[in-house]
Design a protein around this ligand. Structure first.
Ligand SMILES: Cc1cc2nc3c(=O)[nH]c(=O)nc-3n(C[C@H](O)[C@H](O)[C@H](O)COP(=O)(O)OP(=O)(O)OC[C@H]3O[C@@H](n4cnc5c(N)ncnc54)[C@H](O)[C@@H]3O)c2cc1C
Length: 340
């Protein structure tokens, strides 16, 4: 069995609300361990609309989603949170007065309280319906995102999709990949006009091949885990394109995922039912905030999640420091206590 990590609060979800949980808990002297199934922080802001401006964050007339996340990370940093990214929380078990959260990779974290900030749930990539997909996902031939672009240097890459992420990856990988082919089922790309223009320029120079309208009909291998090519359907004609990797950029879908099985009261839409006065869930010591929760009058907004998680942090303090007075006072008078 893997080692047991100890902390005060396990925060599930590193979206904007989970990140702010670190600050609110930190101000109350609580250490956090933050878990997210995605390999990066920021939740929907990073995964779905990093460059879009948000207009309804108080005191920010306009802020790009990625900048908001960077600011939240900076605000959390003095409290030295332990981030476990790319590793979903899959189990929640009571251990006396504490909780143990188990992750997909087998890690176990014990805490006095848990704050579920799982938002819309796990953001999982839309997968195409193709034979031998699992095998090629496993061997790394099929990808849905690229954490380290240098791993694709000198490789032949096919990118499927016509939105911003497909075009952005084509632009980013083209200078170092052996070749990039972008496959889209329509003739026009839904990407930002400047990105689409840059793609045309690269295609004219021969660094990128645009196959559109076309779709990937099959993954081609020699019965081994190594991907050899993709078979494309180009206007009814079959064409094979040799490649080492195919990167599907078909967007993300939401699913509540393992949180569903943790014995928390849920409504019919699979949102976690909380008491809005405390953000307590139906299980003592487990709090929830942000898009994942429901209560009468709930607004699915970032600013609402921030206020909710301030309440959740107070509840977590009572669990982690029973009998201790809640630190009170404004941040202006208390300052930001640095983590020990
Ligand atoms: C296109 C778009 C535009 C938007 N514009 C605005 C706007 O202008 N203003 C506004 O206020 N809101 C806006 N929103 C909504 C806003 O993004 C959400 O309200 C906000 O992201 C909710 O934050 P959250 O932290 O609760 O959840 P999320 O941002 O959904 O983050 C939750 C995180 O939890 C993780 N997670 C879930 N389950 C697990 C698990 N079992 N283990 C580990 N990790 C898990 C997920 O991977 C995810 O990273 C917009 C949303 C979209 C899609």
């Amino acid at each position: 069995m893997s080692a047991l990590h100890e902390t005060d609060v396990v925060v599930i979800g590193a979206g904007p609300v989970g990140l702010f949980a670190v600050f609110e808990c930190g101000m109350l002297g609580l250490r956090c361990h933050v878990i997210d199934g995605q390999g990066f922080a920021g939740g929907q802001c990073t995964a779905l609309y990093p460059d879009k401006p948000i207009y309804d964050i108080p005191a920010h007339p306009r802020i790009a989603a990625r900048d908001l996340i960077a600011q939240l990370e900076a605000q959390a940093a003095p409290f030295a949170p332990h981030y476990r990214l790319g590793d979903a929380a899959v189990a929640l078990q009571p251990a006396g007065e504490r909780w143990i959260v188990g992750t997909k990779s087998g890690a176990r974290i014990a805490a006095g309280a848990v704050i579920v900030a799982g938002g819309a749930g796990e953001l999982v990539p839309n997968r195409p319906d193709l034979a031998r997909l699992d095998a090629h996902e496993h061997s790394g031939g099929v990808l849905y995102g690229v954490r380290d672009a240098s791993r694709l240097a000198g490789r032949r890459v096919v990118i499927a999709g016509g939105g911003d992420s497909a075009v952005d990856w084509a632009l980013m990988l083209a200078p170092s990949a052996a070749h990039v082919t972008i496959v889209h089922r329509r003739t026009t790309f839904r990407a930002a006009p400047e990105s689409a223009r840059q793609l045309e320029t690269l295609a004219a120079g021969g660094r990128v091949t645009i196959a559109a309208p076309a779709r990937i009909a099959a993954l081609v291998d020699d019965g081994t885990p190594a991907l050899r090519a993709v078979r494309m359907d180009v206007g009814g004609d079959a064409r094979e394109v040799a490649c080492d990797h195919v990167l599907f950029c078909f967007g993300l879908v939401n699913a509540l995922g393992p949180i569903r099985d943790w014995g928390l009261a849920l409504d019919d839409a699979e949102r976690v039912v909380v008491d809005p006065a405390t953000m307590a869930t139906s299980r003592a010591g487990v709090f929830a905030a942000g898009d994942v929760v429901t209560y009468p009058g709930k607004l699915k907004l970032i600013l609402t999640g921030f206020a909710e998680v301030a309440l959740a942090a107070q509840g977590a303090h009572a669990c982690c420091r029973p009998g201790e007075r809640l630190p009170t006072g404004y941040s202006t008078t208390r300052g930001v206590p640095l983590a020990a």
